[in-house]
Design a protein around this ligand. Structure first.
Ligand SMILES: *[C@@H]1O[C@H](CO)[C@@H](O)[C@H](O)[C@H]1NC(C)=O
Ligand SMILES: *[C@@H]1O[C@H](CO)[C@@H](O)[C@H](O)[C@H]1NC(C)=O
Ligand SMILES: *[C@@H]1O[C@H](CO)[C@@H](O)[C@H](O)[C@H]1NC(C)=O
Ligand SMILES: *[C@@H]1O[C@H](CO)[C@@H](O)[C@H](O)[C@H]1NC(C)=O
Ligand SMILES: *[C@@H]1O[C@H](CO)[C@@H](O)[C@H](O)[C@H]1NC(C)=O
Ligand SMILES: *[C@@H]1O[C@H](CO)[C@@H](O)[C@H](O)[C@H]1NC(C)=O
Length: 571
């Protein structure tokens, strides 16, 4: 009797002193610790976690319909991109969602900050002990073997049952950073290679074995050298993982490779989350230098903005955070740049499905606003962001699998063939997109049972297009290097889109926005079809996918022909 009474008393004390305990339901989980990480032990109770919450948006299906309606060239509303307010009307969470989440937050004495105008993304700070209770989990410390840095993550988390359908994502929880990161391959240019390549330049670089410069790309793809004339066209370049671009390197680059352009041409810096762009000797990053020099250097006279995002990504704060913050920053602009290029990515399997879907939804919103979102397809062939001989099935990259981004693969040689590192394949998160069902089924029937069981035949196929991606000359801290990777391809294609936009704007037409429905219909024949080569695979297989006539998951539709693209977009 006595002991039973005691139990009752203490239960009441618990109920009075603490918020109502809610039933929890498992929300997201991963089966194991991803490769490249090892468990250290429980996270300290008092450590503060900075979490981002995504609320369920009111009308995602309506947003996607609207996106197709303005992006499909055969639609009556093609090019009639949505305003900020129109997109926000689809995105704003329902009132019942807002109040359910707010009630739960205030019950737990948590203050939230809205990261967006509509309040669909919130930020909260919460100690580990409270987070463990709120989400029925045990946050733990993991070590990243490549860097020895420690991060706090969990392998599963729950949310209150009555928030299911309202709270869509808690992040970072089960998404681990990419263990390797994605960086282009950089090679010093030796004097003998220098003289060899310079002698070949005489042929406008249309020979094998030269280093690639803007004029090579201009002649390969018929890209105009004339300056853009419209006053409203813009091009955005993202800068992550402490990658910085130097004005002085750009000047050297323009003097050397674009003598017809004012070498004082610069770029505008936008800083998010404390992102920097220091300009001292030694600060230049390979990736940022490449991305800035092959946008300013090809999209002649299009204003370029370098969006540098901080957040200590190298110490385990994964790329996902900077992608969320970049997209939300752009969506909060009345007139964001109409083209954005990003040469960073992750293996799809490292990112939680809910987080991947939430990011993809942000790209759909940007597409509806008329922004073309370009990403490099990855440098590991079918083995992920980087070549990884240990994979046993093909590893798709993120965000290339998101149908609302345009994924850019790579080529090499003249005539062009697929470059073996060109990332390509099929997503496990998104099904074959509506705009590509014919292209994908034609390709798959062509390969028959090849690679069966190694890839997801019902997934979204990528890349969508390609450009040359090997041996680009880039000035890094004053010295020219040869840089290779699909990191070369995304800025090149972005510049072409920016120049197309310029001519559209000058003709009083709207910009291209989400490109994929156009690329898989009227513009598919505006590409040089790449039918030679393949991408490499996990060590046990000789090749990943082969190129083919038409679309293939190595080079997409092929490489651009600017003249044909102009007529494909009605100019
Ligand atoms: C959106 O932009 C406005 C105007 O620049 C700014 O005041 C506001 O803080 C921004 N909102 C968010 C959520 O960043
Ligand atoms: C958290 O860890 C404790 C102690 O190891 C264990 O009893 C509990 O079941 C774990 N909770 C969850 C949700 O994994
Ligand atoms: C370039 O190299 C490729 C592959 O080795 C070859 O097929 C092609 O003929 C070469 N092109 C020229 C112009 O030498
Ligand atoms: C080159 O650009 C700089 C910076 O915008 C400008 O000050 C200068 O006048 C330009 N020079 C010429 C020759 O147009
Ligand atoms: C990819 O191609 C390069 C040069 O064309 C070659 O050196 C390299 O070995 C190839 N890599 C693989 C994994 O096949
Ligand atoms: C393959 O893709 C489909 C469509 O997106 C998806 O439903 C399925 O889960 C994927 N399979 C695997 C093994 O990931």
């Amino acid at each position: 009797m006595v002991s039973r009474l005691l139990v009752v008393t203490s239960l009441i004390a618990l109920a009075l002193g603490k918020p109502v305990r809610r039933d929890l339901q498992l929300h997201e989980s991963r089966q194991s610790v991803p490769r490249g990480f090892s468990l250290v032990g429980p996270a300290a109770d008092e450590t503060t976690l900075a979490l981002r919450l995504a609320l369920v948006r009111s009308n995602t299906a309506g947003l996607i319909d609207a996106l197709y309606d303005v992006s499909n060239p055969s639609s009556a509303h093609y090019g009639e991109h949505l305003t900020k307010e129109e997109v926000e009307a689809f995105v704003a969470p329902k009132q019942e969602t807002v109040s359910a989440v707010n009630t739960w937050l205030s019950e737990n004495n948590l203050q939230s900050t809205s990261l967006t105008a509509t309040g669909d993304w919130l930020a909260i700070n919460v100690p580990v002990s409270q987070a463990n209770e709120l989400f029925g989990t045990n946050f733990s410390v993991y070590t990243q073997s490549s860097t020895s840095k420690q991060i706090i993550r969990t392998l599963e988390y729950s949310i209150p049952t009555d928030l299911v359908g309202h709270l869509d994502l808690v992040h970072p929880t089960i998404t681990f950073p990419d263990p390797f990161g994605k960086k282009p391959v950089v090679n010093a240019i030796t004097p003998s290679k220098r003289s060899e390549t310079d002698s070949k330049r005489a042929d406008n670089c249309l020979v094998n074995g030269t280093y690639i410069t803007p004029s090579c790309l201009q002649s390969l793809y018929s890209i105009p050298t004339a300056p853009a004339t419209s006053s409203s066209g813009q091009l955005g370049v993202t800068g992550y993982v402490d990658e910085y671009a130097e004005y002085s390197d750009l000047t050297t680059f323009l003097e050397q490779y674009r003598p017809d352009v004012n070498s004082s041409t610069g770029f505008t810096i936008v800083s998010l989350d404390g992102g920097e762009d220091p300009q001292s000797s030694g600060d230049a990053g390979d990736e940022a230098s490449l991305d800035i020099q092959y946008t300013v250097g090809i999209a002649t006279n299009v204003p370029v903005t370098f969006i540098t995002v901080g957040g200590d990504v190298n110490s385990g704060d994964e790329l996902a955070n900077v992608l969320i913050d970049t997209a939300n920053y752009l969506l909060n602009q009345t007139a964001p740049p109409q083209v954005i290029t990003t040469s960073y990515g992750l293996d799809e399997s490292t990112i939680s499905q809910n987080l991947a879907y939430n990011l993809c939804d942000l790209y759909a919103q940007l597409g509806a606003r008329g922004v073309s979102i370009l990403f490099a397809s990855g440098d590991g062939g079918v083995s992920g962001g980087h070549w990884d001989s240990s994979c046993t099935t093909f590893v798709p990259t993120f965000p290339s699998g998101c149908p609302y981004v345009t994924s850019v693969g790579g080529t090499i040689n003249v005539p062009e063939t697929a470059v073996n590192f060109s990332g390509g394949g099929f997503s496990n998160y998104w099904p074959t997109a509506d705009f590509q069902t014919d292209a994908v089924s034609t390709y798959l029937s062509g390969i028959g049972s090849t690679n069966q069981g190694l890839y997801n035949a019902s997934g979204r196929g990528y890349p969508d297009v390609a450009t040359y991606a090997a041996d680009f000359e880039v000035v890094i801290d004053g010295t020219a290097y040869g840089v290779s990777g699909t990191s070369c391809a995304s800025p090149t294609f972005a510049s072409i889109v920016a120049l197309l936009n310029d001519q559209l704007l000058s003709a009083g037409k709207s910009t291209l926005g989400w490109l994929n429905p156009l690329l898989y219909s009227t513009a598919s024949s505006a590409f040089n079809d790449i039918t030679q080569g393949n991408n490499y695979a996990c060590s046990d297989y000789t090749t990943g996918f082969d190129t083919a006539t038409g679309w293939d998951p190595v080079t997409g539709w092929g490489t651009p022909d600017f003249t044909k693209l102009l007529s494909a977009v009605g100019l």
